[in-house]
Design a protein. Structure first.
Length: 563
């Protein structure tokens, strides 16, 4: 691991903010590192309100989208709400369909089959709409590159409204409205919304049109917060507001589907991290193992008993998903070892029988293991399909663009993408991708980085600091849980390893004469020898609160340590 200590902001800026907010240097520094330099910015950060959300009509084409939906309702048209099979897509479909159904009955949903239709808008979906009398399709979390599909729908007199957040290509589809804050000609003030977030802006605009207020939309925010957490979008600006209030709904009064998923969780208050690791994988498991329709059925069910039945089925899919991703990860690791590919700049693996639903998870596991841009391929019909994952600060989407001649299609983000290619092009693509990454990646990006916000002493850790840090939540990209570094600390002699394979480290640490703290280092069991016999060491850690038998104590979650 390479430790990178963030540079200190200008002293005058820190002192000014300290005085304005009446906080210590540590809190002022952390705020400035997050771009918060004034009292007003700090007020918005610490006390966000739903009034901080932007006017949805600032988004390009929003007026056209609302006008077309209102016309469809006026004419009694059938509306099909179409979305991707992942968490962002299924929550978005659940959000928009349940909002429309609250005042208009002729609304149905469509999630493409991951295996039969693949990602995004499908010809099969358009044919379904045509056969069943749908004249308007609202596509969520997909469609920004579906030029040919939209042309095909237009031939059948089916109109499309696209709500997407992926990067557009050079040409936009010929839809009635294209809502995407990443459009170069869209001046919407915030362009990091997820697909469900764009869907929320659509229902916000529809609500305004119907003289509803933002308070009428609060019950939908559990879906938006779930999508924000699962899609790993920045927790800044509007996403932070939506995530904060969405978490409040999840904790206080979630919809029956989410309630059924979390009712066995022991924690009193769920955080964004809990949404990422508890709610999101289960919703995703439906589309990975069976069909994304099951996730939509769960999330739009208003009877708790029925929701519990759906949730138990999805729980089983999640168990199956875990088994599959473990097995495929072992096979992929073996393939890399056997082919002697550990020294490459990329990981690209393929096996024709790997389950398409879990290759994205496997790509993430392999990225954790070798820490380099990774692509996992499997057979899908007569082509190969793949999921890509990247390392911090390297844009895998740009790398794929450079290899586009070998691909049939691709799409995605800086850190995650999907693609298809013909089997005969696999080896050429693998070579081209390796060459492109080798040429463009700075060598230091191939070493995992721990970004350290600030160096502190244990004496700085007090109840006020912990209380203010808790107000930095919800944490996520661009507002990560602060990482602290403290030097010259030592274990008091209680250090031991934990876990089946002794992979974790539990210790009790002190610095000079300061108060001591319990600490846990997940995956750091192999560092026990470095701290034995009261050897001094430096540590990077987060400050957590540990709840046990009703008692809450401060616990340091150690990320790395070195002598």
């Amino acid at each position: 691991m390479r430790w990178t200590l963030q540079s200190k902001p200008e002293k005058e800026k820190v002192q000014k903010l300290q005085n304005e907010l009446q906080v210590d240097e540590i809190i002022a520094t952390l705020l400035i590192q997050r771009g918060i330099e004034t009292y007003e910015q700090a007020k918005t950060f610490f006390r966000p309100t739903l009034n901080d959300l932007h006017n949805p009509y600032l988004m390009k084409d929003m007026d056209k989208a609302v006008s077309r939906i209102e016309k469809a309702i006026e004419n009694g048209e059938n509306i099909l709400v179409f979305g991707d099979y992942d968490v962002d897509g299924t929550t978005a479909v659940s959000l928009v369909s349940s909002y429309l159904r609250s005042y208009y009955p002729n609304v149905a949903t469509y999630i493409p089959d991951r295996y039969d239709e693949g990602y995004g808008i499908s010809y099969k979906g358009i044919d379904f709409a045509d056969d069943n009398g749908f004249t308007l399709i609202i596509a969520l979390d997909c469609g920004i590159k579906s030029i040919d599909h939209i042309a095909y729908a237009n031939e059948k007199n089916i109109d499309f409204i696209i709500c997407d957040h992926h990067r557009p290509g050079d040409e936009l589809p010929n839809a009635v409205a294209v809502l995407d804050p990443k459009r170069s000609d869209c001046n919407y003030p915030y362009d990091e919304l997820c697909g469900c977030g764009v869907g929320f802006k659509l229902i916000q605009a529809l609500a305004q049109n119907r003289s509803q207020t933002i308070d009428d939309l609060i019950p939908y925010l559990d879906l938006v917060a779930t999508a924000i957490a699962a899609d790993i979008v920045p927790i800044t600006g509007e996403n932070r507001v939506l995530a904060k209030f969405g978490l409040e709904v999840i904790n206080a009064n979630p919809r029956p589907g989410i309630k059924a998923l979390i009712q066995n969780v022991k924690k009193k208050v769920l955080t964004i991290t809990d949404v990422v690791f508890i709610i999101a994988p289960r919703i995703n498991a439906a589309g990975r193992i069976k069909h994304g329709n099951e996730a939509v059925a769960l999330l739009t069910e208003f009877d708790l008993e029925q929701a519990e039945i759906f949730a138990s089925e999805i729980e089983q899919h999640n168990v199956d998903r875990k088994d599959l991703d473990k097995q495929i990860t072992v096979e992929a690791l073996s393939q890399i070892e056997t082919n002697n590919e550990k020294e490459r700049f990329t990981t690209v693996v393929y096996q024709d029988n790997w389950h398409k639903g879990v290759i994205g998870i496997v790509a993430s596991r392999l990225t954790e293991t070798y820490y380099r841009p990774t692509i996992v391929f499997t057979k899908s019909g007569d082509k190969l399909a793949a999921s890509a994952r990247s390392v911090k600060d390297f844009d895998v989407y740009n790398a794929l663009e450079a290899c586009a001649e070998h691909l049939e299609q691709f799409g995605g983000h800086m850190y995650a993408a999907g693609m298809t290619l013909k089997e005969e092009n696999y080896q050429n693509f693998k070579n081209a991708f390796e060459e492109e990454v080798q040429k463009t990646i700075p060598p230091n990006l191939l070493i995992p980085e721990i970004s350290i916000d600030i160096e502190i002493d244990f004496a700085d850790i007090n109840p006020k600091l912990i209380r203010l840090l808790s107000q930095f939540e919800p944490f996520g990209p661009q507002n990560m849980t602060p990482n602290f570094m403290t030097k010259n600390i030592k274990d008091t002699g209680y250090a031991k390893t934990l876990g089946k394979d002794e992979e974790h480290l539990k210790l009790f640490v002190k610095q000079k004469d300061s108060e001591g703290f319990g600490a846990i280092g997940f995956g750091l069991g192999n560092k026990l020898h470095s701290i034995k016999n009261q050897k001094t060491f430096d540590a990077v850690y987060c400050i957590d609160e540990n709840e046990f038998n009703g008692n809450v104590t401060v616990q340091l979650r150690i990320k790395d340590l070195k002598n």
